[in-house]
Design a protein around this ligand. Structure first.
Ligand SMILES: [Zn+2]
Length: 410
């Protein structure tokens, strides 16, 4: 697409408005914007997949640059080293065919509305089934978390300005996000927005702040009905339904680390995100909060216990603890990417000879991995390994059935 469009665009030495071209996103999002590009580079340069020359400032340690792909409306602030090594691995995924989860509604299943006491929030416009993807949102800005330390304030603002200004909508979507006025000065607007709305993500083993314009509209809840998952290979954050969500219900995610107890959770939310949580759990009676805290403590304890019991060969007891843990995780709305968690009971059920249950849990792991869209190299290896394990279980089940039939004939 890029290589087809560029010669056309560049051969037109006209005004900016004339080189705008409609570029619909490859999957349903709330963005349906017109592409206006400035300082485009040729697609044949080694800078592909970036559409702009990097915009750099030179700090003591290493330059920090802005890399932009305006068609996908993403800017990454990082060092040239990072861009040419770990991030380079990702370049294939920024070009089509692009990431799309299998379990997604063809029409966006929510709308952003005003919610009393919360500003804006996302409300379901239809019944959303557990396990469905609600939204796939490519990061608008990914900024290496350490960069503000070794560059000046003005330089941070300069990088942010370039990163936001080069986005497909000229930064309109980012600028519309809320800011809590953490910074006093007017010209810190973008920095303020980034601090107030970004999620911590990991790219190539390094910490980044990720700004996702559509995800930022979803409010926090300490017992959410949806959860987020960031893909390192596609730069996209997906919101998944953790339970069935009714039409008209607010869709919420959690901003704090899963499993925190009431007090530490509220403190973190206030310190990091700048708001006092008034979700149903935080405003519930002390007895309900105490019950939730005790559930969360038990989950932590069970997590350790499952591993310890399994190591000692006490498989049946380990399974009992695992089942209890899943029950509590569901009660507390802490469902997250469970793939890895299901793998333990899958192995344990196999070891105790309950092949039906082993298959059930292995299929859950497989489903989750495939459901999250294009898995990375690690994910692919895991899927191959799971395939082998599933075949092994199925062979075992076949033998079991034959043995049963044999006994029936006697
Ligand atoms: Zn809360």
């Amino acid at each position: 697409m890029l290589s087809l469009l560029l010669p056309l665009l560049l051969s037109h030495p006209t005004t900016a408005s004339e080189i705008c071209t409609p570029y619909p996103p490859p999957y349903p999002t709330s963005q349906n914007l017109t592409t206006c590009l400035d300082s485009l580079i040729s697609s044949s340069t080694p800078l592909t997949p970036w559409t702009h020359l990097p915009h750099c400032i030179y700090a003591d340690q290493s330059p920090h640059c802005v890399y932009t792909n305006a068609f996908h409306s993403i800017s990454i602030i990082t060092t040239p080293d990072e861009a040419s090594t770990s991030l380079n691995l990702l370049s294939h995924s920024i070009n089509p065919p692009f990431f799309a989860p299998k379990k997604i509604y063809p029409i966006k299943p929510y709308k952003v509305v005003s919610i009393p006491g919360k500003g804006k929030g996302a409300v379901a416009t239809r019944r959303i089934q557990k396990g469905m993807a609600i939204l796939v949102d490519t990061a608008s800005i990914l900024a290496q978390a350490e960069y503000p330390a070794d560059v000046t304030r003005e330089e941070v603002q300069d990088l942010m300005g370039a990163a936001v200004g080069r986005l497909r909508d000229g930064g309109e979507g980012v600028r519309a996000l809320s800011r809590k006025g953490r910074s006093e000065e007017e010209d810190d607007e973008l920095e303020d927005i980034l601090l107030n709305n970004s999620f911590a993500v990991v790219l190539g083993g390094k910490n980044y702040m990720g700004l996702f314009v559509d995800v930022a509209r979803f409010n926090h809840d300490c017992r959410p009905n949806a959860f987020i998952h960031f893909s390192e290979t596609t730069f996209a954050m997906t919101i998944w339904a953790a339970k069935d969500i009714e039409e008209g219900e607010e869709i919420t995610i959690t901003y704090s680390a899963a499993g925190m107890l009431t007090e530490e959770r509220q403190q973190t939310l206030e310190k990091v995100w700048g708001f006092k949580c008034k979700c149903s759990l935080c405003t519930a009676s002390p007895s309900i909060q105490a019950k939730s805290d005790s559930n969360r403590k038990e989950i932590r304890h069970l997590q350790d216990q499952v591993g310890q019991l399994a190591q000692k060969g006490k498989y049946h007891e380990a399974l009992k603890s695992a089942e209890r843990m899943f029950e509590l995780i569901e009660t507390e709305g802490l469902t997250d990417q469970m793939g890895d968690m299901y793998e333990v009971p899958a192995r344990l059920y196999y070891l105790v000879g309950n092949l039906e249950k082993a298959l059930e849990y292995t299929l859950k792991v497989q489903n989750e991995l495939q459901g999250y869209g294009v898995p990375g190299k690690f994910g692919m290896e895991k899927l191959r390994m799971l395939d082998g394990f599933i075949k092994k279980i199925e062979r075992g089940l076949k033998r079991k059935r034959k043995a049963k039939e044999g006994r029936g004939k006697k």
